[in-house]
Design a protein around this ligand. Structure first.
Ligand code: RB5
Length: 144
């Protein structure tokens, strides 16, 4: 599975830690920036990652800003993107099982790296349940 990651300056440090972790799992992340702590605008990184997912250059995206809120808002404006801000173990599991998220989102200033790594692994080890959930996902993308 190809996983891409992008962050603003508020998520830069956590992005670097996640990259190191995924390297140790022999599953390197594709880094779409930002590449330092200079202030940037989170919608630009959400757009870059959303385009990357929608053009099938990666199977899953990870987005990080300070809280995860702004970058979630921006990502979810793209039709076909289902970005889930993960905040606990159960949400990590449901984001896959029920929502089939194609982007998972974290807060660089609100979560520890250990928590986020655990959430990533719960998500990656869960399976989309399909069935009646698919009808709901179809409704998301039926809006103008
Ligand atoms: C940037 O200072 C901060 O506003 C941003 O990272 C994010 O938390 C927005 O939702």
């Amino acid at each position: 599975m190809k996983i891409a990651i992008a962050a603003d300056h508020g998520g830069f440090a956590l992005k670097e830690t996640l990259k190191q972790y995924f390297d140790t799992q022999n599953s390197p992340l594709i880094d779409l920036g930002t590449y330092d702590t200079n202030p940037v605008d989170y919608p630009d990184y959400a757009d870059k990652l959303a385009d990357f997912i929608l053009t099938k250059q990666a199977d899953l995206g990870i987005l990080i800003c300070g809280t995860g809120i702004g970058i979630s808002m921006a990502a979810n404006r793209h039709k076909g993107i289902r970005a889930a801000l993960i905040y606990n173990d159960f949400a990590a599991q449901m984001a896959k099982e029920h929502n089939n998220a194609n982007v998972i989102v974290f807060g660089g200033r609100t979560m520890t790296a250990d928590e986020v790594i655990r959430y990533c692994n719960i998500f990656l080890n869960s399976a989309y349940q399909g069935g009646h959930h698919q009808k709901r996902l179809d409704k998301l993308d039926s809006k103008e």
